[in-house]
Design a binder for this molecule. Structure first.
Ligand code: MN
Ligand code: MN
Length: 239
């Protein structure tokens, strides 16, 4: 069960509200990499997890994301407030101004409604943990961009806190994944086909203003077999 404490996880202070910035903050309220998406993804994964220790972690972090949602929602609301009765300010986010009265809604910065389609829930713990590590990386970079677009001291402090916690979560999810002790490329139970798994297909050819074929650890050395495009091979064989 849930219990709400009438306190923010991080105290929010806004010195100069900026509706245009408030609109950008909606990305982390109702956007694809935002706090509601994170909260729901980890919470639903936690409900589905059979491993009690990692289930506990998923739900703990999911609940923390709800506390982040509360912080970012409070912050966005403070920045959006001037939209309500000022036509000039309202142009920064007409949807929030006209339909939302200067409040936050579960939309991204472009007015697209939040959707459960944002969530990655597979019912396979290690696969879900990989999605979560990537989700935290995305949340981190979005916070970093928001911080770079902001001059308000109090807002920057709160965003710095939220950005830091995403790194903390990335560390926890990574440790949880590693502690499963699974081989990095073993997903599920069925093994890959031995005859194609190590082939790198060179599906682009020639050299021009768009570059040339690159070699690196993704297609060279170790197990790699570098092969020309299957399309060319088929042509040569007269197929
Ligand atoms: Mn968060
Ligand atoms: Mn997080």
């Amino acid at each position: 069960m849930f219990h709400h404490v009438k306190k923010l996880m991080y105290t929010v202070r806004v010195d100069s509200p900026d509706p245009r910035f408030g609109n950008m903050l909606l990305e982390q309220f109702g956007g694809a990499n935002g706090e509601l998406a994170a909260a729901m993804q980890y919470y639903v994964q936690g409900l589905n997890a059979d491993d009690p220790a990692r289930k506990d972690m998923l739900i703990d972090i999911g609940v923390e994301e709800l506390s982040h949602l509360e912080i970012i929602g409070t912050l966005a609301k403070m920045h959006l407030k001037p939209l309500k009765d000022d036509f000039k300010q309202a142009q920064a986010d007409p949807l929030a101004a006209v339909a939302g009265g200067g409040g936050v809604g579960l939309f991204n910065s472009q007015g697209n409604p939040w959707t459960a389609d944002y969530l990655k829930v597979t019912g396979e713990l290690d696969v879900d943990l990989r999605s979560n590590i990537a989700a935290e990386a995305r949340a981190k970079i979005v916070y970093e961009r928001l911080i770079n677009f902001c001059d308000d001291r109090g807002t920057k402090d709160a965003l710095q806190f939220l950005m830091t916690r995403e790194i903390t979560h990335m560390m926890a999810f990574t440790a949880a994944l590693e502690s499963l002790g699974k081989d990095r490329f073993t997903i599920g139970k069925l093994p890959p086909s031995k005859d194609v798994v190590n082939k790198y297909f060179n599906d682009s050819t020639g050299e021009g203003e768009l570059g040339k074929d690159a070699r690196g650890p993704w297609n060279q050395g170790n197990q790699w077999e570098f092969e020309e495009s299957p399309a060319f091979a088929a042509l040569k064989n007269g197929a």
